[in-house]
Design a binder for this molecule. Structure first.
Ligand code: ZN
Length: 62
């Protein structure tokens, strides 16, 4: 695998919430229904949008 290093700085990663309910990801601050498809992101969608490694998932804090 080849990595392109454009900068020594760590690029800002897009943060999403790893949802334990629907096994998808939601935007930060999302407070809606998991069936809201516009706010339900799959890893593939995030890879396409931010690139692999361009996003980070955090667990919802309860
Ligand atoms: Zn969900």
């Amino acid at each position: 695998m080849k990595f392109a290093m454009h900068s020594t700085r760590t690029p800002k990663l897009a943060e999403v919430i790893d949802c334990g309910c629907c096994n998808h990801f939601h935007p930060p601050g999302f407070d809606g229904d998991c069936r809201d498809g516009n706010n339900r992101l799959s890893a593939d969608q995030l890879d396409a949008q931010y690139g692999p490694g361009g996003w980070i998932a955090s667990n919802e804090g309860g």
